[in-house]
Structure formats: C-alpha cells, structure tokens
Ligand binder design. Structure first.
Ligand code: FES
Length: 327
C-alpha cells in the first residue's frame, strides 16, 4: 500500500515538472490540463493515506479459538446437485488445556472428494483454527496420516463418500505418537527410531562417494529382495496400527524394523551384521507379536510384518554364525 501511495505521490511530482516545462514554453491549455490532473491525483493520495491510517478492525468480527470449539459449523454455500452434505466429526487435541475437543462440521463434498479435501474445505471456509498436516495431497509425502472411522489412513487417499457411516465421518489424530495440536502429531520419536537403524547404504570405502568409477550393479534377484520394502513413505501409520507400540512406546516398531531388513538385504550395503545386532532385543525384533496390523495399515503395500519375521531368521542366523566362529 505504501508503495502504491508513493507511486501516486510520484505521478503528481512528474506532472509538476512537466507543468514547469510547459509553462516555460507558454502552452496555456497544456498548463491548465496538467494542473487539473495533478490536483486530482494529489487529492486521491491524501484520501488514501487518511483511509489507511484511520482504519480500525471491527473486534466484534474476530472470533477466538475458544468460541469456535463450542460451535457446530454448517456451510452456507448453495449445494450443487452432485454434492452431498457431509457430517465430519473431528477429535481435536487442545494443546493449551491438554484435552481433546470434538467439533462437528457440515460441509459439501462430491464423489471425488477426499477426507483431506473436506478438512481443507473446513479450514478454508468454516474454521480457520483447525490444524491439519499435509503436503502433496497424492499419497507420496506421508504427512496426512490420521485415524478415520477408527482406521489409520492417509487422509488424501481416503474417499469421503466411501467413509460415511451412520455417525458421519469420524476423524482423529494418530494415538501412538505425542500430540502437538488438533490432528497434528509429534513425529520426532518416530524419526529417531528410524534414524537409529542407520537407514542408508553403508560403504567401507569413503572415497568412492566422491570418486565413483562405476555404478553399483545388481541383478534382478538382488533387487527383488529389498525393493518391496523400499516403498516406505514414513507416514507412521504402521506404528499407529501396531498393538505392541501402543502398549509399549519403547518398542522400535514396524517401520524401523522393515528398514533394517531393506538395507540388510541390499547387496550394495556393507554394514554387515551391525544392524542385526542393534535390534536383537525385546524392544527390537523380538518385541513383534506378528499381529499383522502394520501391513494392513500400510498405504504403499509394504509388508513390515513379513519383513520382521524374515529379520528374526536373519538375527538367529547371525547368532549361529558368530557362535560357530567362537567355537
Ligand atoms: Fe502427502 Fe497425504 S498429503 S501423503
């Protein structure tokens, strides 16, 4: 705004210079026209400045978050013939008072709407205080994980119409993580667990990274051993679905364990048995009770449950090899 007014102030200044030069050339009609335009622009500039300085927001129109929490929201938009009104019940974590609140929203959706799309619509049109984490909206980034009708899912890949139940659509944050606000959970611990298993290719020759002579070659068989486990997008839904993590948060969980298997089976990796030894405990691979809910929850078809069982075999094999060496 300031720049606009400055520009508006600059125009009269230019006209003023033109006026002087016109005057010197004694063209009277140009002189009169210029002075009229300059006066008009000057008046507009003064009015603009006055308006911006005298503006005071109408406080009665600013609604505090507390007021939002007590209200049911209904969209006032006219509904199109192909749209339906959805009832979305959102269980929100109130980070100030450390409790959950339930807000009910009524929004329009068509048959292509996703649960995330409906939540974004709610945030944009009904309740701007609602916090939701998302990024790609296409099942790639893994950031929109939440619990819809009791199941951990990616909200951007969940169709809203197909999720309608008698009670509407019930949305809540994932429970196995710490809470930040509303539907946003704290994933720090989850990423720490992932980091703890060295989820990267380990090579003994450090120089090779900078002076690589050729690509690492793999056969199809070598690739197929780990490829299905490399599709993990770290959405943490498997962790949320796991009954062991939900009862013992210290358990490393299906995501990190499936990544141990993924890197252990990669023929390019040279970490040897170190990763296997780091998870040889009840908080590691032996904590898994093979409920299989992690594999059901995975939106990318990774099968952490099978990876963990195969990993148990690898851990035992490693122990036997070590014992034989010691004998
Ligand atoms: Fe990226 Fe849903 S927003 S996976």
């Amino acid at each position: 705004m300031i720049f606009m007014y400055a520009a508006m102030g600059g125009v009269p200044a230019l006209l003023f210079l033109y006026l002087i030069s016109s005057l010197l050339l004694l063209k009277l009609e140009i002189y009169i026209l210029t002075i009229l335009i300059a006066t008009g622009l000057f008046v507009f500039s003064v009015l603009g400045f006055y308006e911006s300085y005298s503006y005071k927001p109408d406080k009665s129109k600013i609604i505090s978050p507390e007021v939002y929490r007590a209200v049911n929201y209904t969209s006032k938009e006219p509904r199109k013939s192909w749209e339906k009104e959805l009832t979305v019940k959102v269980k929100r974590f109130n980070n100030l008072e450390k409790r959950f609140d339930e807000c009910t929203y009524k929004v329009e959706a068509d048959k292509y709407s996703t649960v995330l799309g409906s939540l974004i619509k709610i945030k944009e049109r009904l309740d701007p205080t609602l916090s939701v984490r998302y990024s790609c909206r296409m099942g790639i980034c893994g950031s929109c994980g939440m619990v819809v009708n009791g199941k951990p899912v990616l909200a951007c890949e969940t169709n809203a119409f197909e999720s309608i139940t008698e009670k509407g659509i019930e949305v809540e944050p994932m429970q196995a993580q710490g809470m930040l606000r509303d539907l946003v959970v704290d994933l720090d611990e989850f990423f720490e667990k992932h980091k703890s298993v060295a989820p990267y290719l380990f090579r003994e020759d450090k120089k090779e990274k900078y002076e690589a002579k050729e690509a690492y070659k793999q056969t199809k068989e070598e690739l197929s051993k780990y490829l299905p486990y490399s599709y993990c997008i770290m959405c943490s839904l498997c962790l949320d679905a796991c009954p062991v993590v939900n009862t013992n948060p210290e358990f490393i969980g299906p995501q990190a364990l499936s990544q141990v298997y993924r890197y252990h089976e990669d023929s390019r990796d040279q970490k040897g048995s170190q990763r296997l030894e780091s998870i040889d405990s009840v908080l590691g691979v032996w904590g898994c009770e093979f409920a299989g809910s992690c594999s059901k929850a995975c939106p990318k078809g990774v099968d952490p449950a099978s990876a963990i069982q195969l990993l148990k075999g690898e851990v035992v094999k490693n122990i036997v090899i070590k014992d034989e060496k010691n004998d």
